[in-house]
Design a protein around this ligand. Structure first.
Ligand SMILES: Nc1nc2c(ncn2[C@@H]2O[C@H](COP(=O)(O)OP(=O)(O)OP(=O)(O)O)[C@@H](O)[C@H]2O)c(=O)[nH]1
Ligand SMILES: [Mg+2]
Length: 635
């Protein structure tokens, strides 16, 4: 079912609250101060039934220039606006400012209601009508009716009703399937019930028992009760005003401006990228890094405008900007916002949020602006693709991508799958959680791999390669899951870029090449270890007979790393095939005899007790054997 919220707008004292009372029979100025001063200060809320039977929520806003902040908190969720202009006064400063705000927030439906008809004659009324008609040229109200009324006599009210009824048919249905999201406009406590918050639901549905999260402070609570238009209901959905009784949250922990949403779906951010229209009515250009006030949902946040695509913004121009905020915002892509100058507080511009969780942007960077244009153009596939591109370095899963999109995307898995098919992104599968990286990112990793390994081989010509661990940390990230890392390695091998020997990664084309001198040393070392067998020579003794100690060390290490020699312990290096044979013989012996003593093993190898024990201890550490009293059994 379609839900409707009707709002007022217009200059102070022009008769907004009186109009609502005439339409609904209810008073929305409830504060003592509002009554004594005869002006609205905060937002007024009520509801009424349209002639067609539809129940509409009503938000009445204050007109006073000091309370534009409250007005902004009220109008961002409305479907139909009544721009109220008193016939005796005509267009006044906040008539213009409110109209500009409505325009910036992309409100689509509304009419002008000319109040206080009873106070002017027909000639005057016609003149004001003309003035108004001219003023609304080029705005969303251009083709809307101008409805003269008297709230005092009731004249013209029927036409207003008729209009609202018709307009409510034209209001677009809201996204009730997506994630629940509601900016908070009031917080209070009811004794015996605890914290109650009210707001206009922007998206999704909220049901008793739901767990919600309050942003940006990220406190969780449980919905104890839901009310719509003063009645208890089981659920409320997008487009409705509702009151939520939340357990687990104190009233002090929440205030106007916060957002209540499904847990985990929003990501508060201190930077957002936006398109911005700078109003013609602004009196001077907007400077880079100018401090302004940002209005989004029901929130007001101070921020600086970093202009991305030009030096300054002249009145009447549109630009791409990055807003650097002094407090985190909890926004979604395509949300509208308004900015006002810091002082004096005047509305100067606004637009749409293109990237709700932005990375720090450099100014005048073509690539960055191109990326924003793609996001702004909004083809879902290209948005998702560029999101994966941006997030690739963090190896995102479905949830991270969803969060960064800042918008509920029902078709995400399907679109990701298509992008994988189109070879635009790569999916690394790992049981419970798939990870997605962009092809461009993978290409970059190929280049980095090549550069890293070239450099490594140059510096370590006798090493078979870089260790898997070091490679992972340098090219990918430490926190990458083993399974995903293995998959990436497989892809690098498929590209014929790398090869893996044991624990070493090398360029596919790499070969250890020994110089003549190194070759001689290598032959000497291998000969000695072959002859030594299980009573191998000491490294110092071998080294003492070689002139070039540095080369000796390098060749010895390379033989170990390449697997020709095997390091059992600091004092015991064996030829690898000897070690393997000793291990196999030992296993066979134990399998036959149940156990082996160090003495028996020493005799098998025809060596000294010292080396026999060193090998046994090493096999213990590999969990091949284990010690039971004076013998070894299989582990
Ligand atoms: N004669 C006459 N007086 C009206 C009419 N509508 C409003 N008024 C009077 O105008 C004054 C201001 O009306 P409000 O409804 O409080 O004006 P508002 O636009 O809500 O003012 P703020 O909320 O403070 O911006 C009150 O004294 C009303 O009685 C009308 O149609 N005819
Ligand atoms: Mg009022």
């Amino acid at each position: 079912m379609k839900h409707i919220i009707i709002g007022t707008a217009g200059h102070i004292d022009h008769g907004k609250t009186t109009l609502i009372k005439a339409l609904t029979g209810r008073e929305t100025d409830t504060l003592k101060e509002e009554k004594s001063r005869g002006i609205s200060i905060n937002l007024g809320f009520t509801f009424f039934d349209l002639p067609s039977g539809k129940r509409a929520g009503i938000i009445d806003v204050p007109g006073h220039e000091k309370f534009v902040k409250n007005m902004l908190a009220g109008v961002s969720g409305i479907d139909i606006v009544m721009l109220v202009i008193a016939a005796d006064e005509g267009i006044m400063p906040q008539t213009k400012e409110h109209l500009e705000i409505l325009q910036l927030l992309n409100i689509k439906n509304g009419a002008v209601v000319l109040t206080k008809k009873d106070m002017v004659d027909d000639e005057w009324l016609e003149m004001i009508k003309e003035e108004v008609r001219e003023k609304i040229q080029g705005t969303f109200l251009e083709n809307s009716p101008i409805l003269p009324v008297s709230s005092r006599t009731g004249e013209g009210m029927d036409k207003v009703m008729e209009y609202l009824d018709k307009a409510s048919e034209e209001v677009e249905a809201k996204d009730t399937i997506g994630h629940f999201r509601m900016p908070v406009d009031r917080v209070f406590s009811i004794s015996g019930f605890g914290t109650v918050v009210t707001g206009t639901i922007y998206g999704g549905r909220i049901t008793i028992g739901d767990i919600i999260e309050i942003y940006p402070q990220r406190i969780k609570g449980k919905i104890r009760n839901v009310q719509v238009h003063d009645k208890d209901v089981n659920f409320a959905e997008a487009g409705q005003r509702c009151a939520l009784n939340i357990s687990g949250i104190k009233t002090e922990e929440i205030s106007r401006g916060d957002v209540i949403a499904k847990e985990g779906i929003l990501e508060p951010s201190l930077m957002i990228d936006c398109s911005m229209y700078y109003l013609k009515s602004a009196d001077k250009p907007l400077n880079n890094r100018q401090r302004v006030r940002l209005y989004h949902g029901t929130d007001e946040i101070l921020c600086r405008v970093v202009i991305l695509d030009r030096e300054e913004i002249n009145p009447g121009e549109s630009a791409y900007v990055q807003l650097r905020l002094e407090k985190p915002i909890s926004a979604q892509r395509n949300d509208r916002y308004v900015i006002r100058s810091y002082s004096p507080m005047v509305t100067i511009g606004g637009g749409a949020i293109i990237e709700p969780v932005a990375r720090k942007a450099k100014r005048l960077n073509k690539e960055y602006i191109e990326e924003l244009k793609i996001k702004e153009s909004g083809s879902v596939n290209s948005i998702i693709e560029s999101t994966v591109d941006k997030l690739s370095k963090d190896y995102p899963g479905n949830n991270e991508i969803l969060k960064a999109l800042g918008k509920n995307e029902e078709k995400l898995p399907e679109i990701l799958e298509n992008l994988v098919q189109e070879k635009k992104i790569i999916c690394l599968q790992s049981g419970d959680k798939n990870i997605y990286i962009h092809n461009k990112f993978f290409m970059k990793k190929l280049e980095e791999t090549e550069a890293l390994l070239k450099e490594f081989h140059k510096n370590n010509p006798l090493k078979p390669g870089i260790s898997k661990e070091e490679f992972k940390n340098k090219i990918f990230t430490k926190s990458l899951k083993q399974k995903n890392y293995d998959e990436l390695l497989k892809l690098l091998i498929e590209e014929n870029l790398i090869k893996i020997t044991g624990n070493s990664i090398a360029l596919d084309s790499f070969q250890v090449v020994y110089s003549k001198e190194q070759q001689e040393i290598k032959n000497y070392i291998l000969k000695e270890y072959t002859e030594g067998a299980y009573a191998p020579p000491k490294v110092e003794d071998l080294s003492s007979k070689v002139k070039n100690k540095k080369e000796f060390k390098a060749v010895l290490e390379s033989l170990i790393e390449q697997g020709e020699l095997y390091k059992v312990s600091e004092d015991c290096i064996l030829k690898s095939d000897y070690f393997i044979k000793a291990k196999e013989d030992l296993i066979e012996f134990i399998e036959k005899n149940g156990a082996v003593t160090a003495g028996e093993f020493r005799d098998m190898l025809n060596t000294s007790r010292k080396y026999a024990v060193a090998i046994l201890e090493h096999l213990d550490s590999l969990k091949i054997t284990k010690r039971v009293e004076d013998t070894r059994v299989l582990a």
